[in-house]
Design a protein around this ligand. Structure first.
Ligand SMILES: Cc1cc2nc3c(=O)[nH]c(=O)nc-3n(C[C@H](O)[C@H](O)[C@H](O)COP(=O)(O)O)c2cc1C
Length: 127
């Protein structure tokens, strides 16, 4: 079974932005990305690829601990109690400046220095 389930995929197809959290030496570090950037590169079966323009602290954090969490949400996806669903995606992340995935990010976004790659392990809805 793919790690990215149907509801999570629907959320990634509709979310306006995603929030990403890594573990820094002083606590959680929060950054963002746009849903349309995510969709432009494409969502793989078990992998999310985002353009990295900066993400310097995120990269440092991921070198120390590869654990990363994302949140995506949309009113356009139905939750269990009405319109609106959101999910937390957990996985392992890295910033890649060379190789096939970095090339994909650079081809889609001229300003990208590489790709923030998340190997998805689990997804959990909240609503
Ligand atoms: C909605 C949104 C979209 C963003 N998109 C990107 C992006 O595509 N690439 C990127 O490197 N930073 C993006 N940023 C900025 C990052 O959140 C972050 O502030 C910046 O990359 C510095 O990361 P660092 O604190 O890990 O060094 C975005 C921020 C927001 C709020």
């Amino acid at each position: 079974m793919p790690a990215i389930d149907a509801v999570t995929r629907d959320l990634l197809e509709h979310t306006e932005f995603v929030t990403l959290v890594t573990e820094g030496p002083d606590g959680p570090h929060v950054v963002g990305n746009w849903g349309d950037y995510l969709r432009k590169i494409g969502i793989d079966e078990d992998r999310i690829i985002l353009p990295a323009g900066h993400y310097e602290r995120t990269e440092e954090n991921l070198r120390r601990s590869s654990r990363i969490q994302l949140m995506a949400a949309s009113r356009a996806v139905r939750g269990t109690r009405g319109p609106g669903q959101g999910c937390v995606i957990r996985g392992k992340g890295s910033v890649q400046t060379e190789g096939e995935l970095a090339a994909r990010a650079k081809a889609a976004f001229k300003w990208a220095r590489g790709a923030l790659v998340i190997e998805v392990e689990s997804c959990e809805t909240q609503l």
